[in-house]
Unconditional design. Structure first.
Length: 148
């Protein structure tokens, strides 16, 4: 069964992609939840026309994401948090704090597009996270957890 995705579905595809799924998955989950529509002949024609029009806009967005990655690659983001004895953090550091720290530096990254390696982070130190700025642009960045 071929469907056109209306939302990004992890491990399946991105918005406006034409994907083949099992009939039960498409009929019972994707279509009723509004995540996809059935790919009929007329919708496929409209879909190809829409993709042609969006190609130029997508190229600009990808170029901006690559510029952002070039700036982020050499940078180490610092996250200040309350620390107890022996460098132990009260609570833990997650993608929300990292997203906010990147926002303060002028980079807008959604928390859902950040995957922190070696979670949960409960100690002071230098860590890495994978940041997805575009569906084709991903980068591993370093961030440092410091005490206030």
């Amino acid at each position: 069964m071929e469907v056109i995705l209306k939302k990004n579905i992890e491990n399946l595809g991105h918005t406006d992609e034409l994907v083949t799924v099992k009939p039960g998955y498409g009929r019972n989950f994707l279509i009723p939840q509004g995540h996809a529509v059935l790919a009929t002949a007329s919708l496929k024609k409209m879909h190809t026309e829409t993709l042609k029009q969006r190609a130029h806009k997508d190229a600009k967005v990808k170029e901006e994401a690559e510029k952002m990655v070039a700036k982020l690659k050499d940078m180490t983001v610092k996250i200040a948090t309350k620390v107890g004895d022996k460098g132990k953090i009260f609570g833990s550091i997650n993608s929300i704090q990292l997203s906010e720290a990147l926002g303060k530096l002028g980079f807008t990254v959604d928390r859902k597009d950040i995957k922190i390696k070696n979670e949960p982070i409960k100690q002071i130190g230098v860590y890495e996270a994978d940041v997805k700025l575009h569906k084709d642009v991903k980068e591993s960045i370093k961030f440092e957890v410091v005490g206030e």
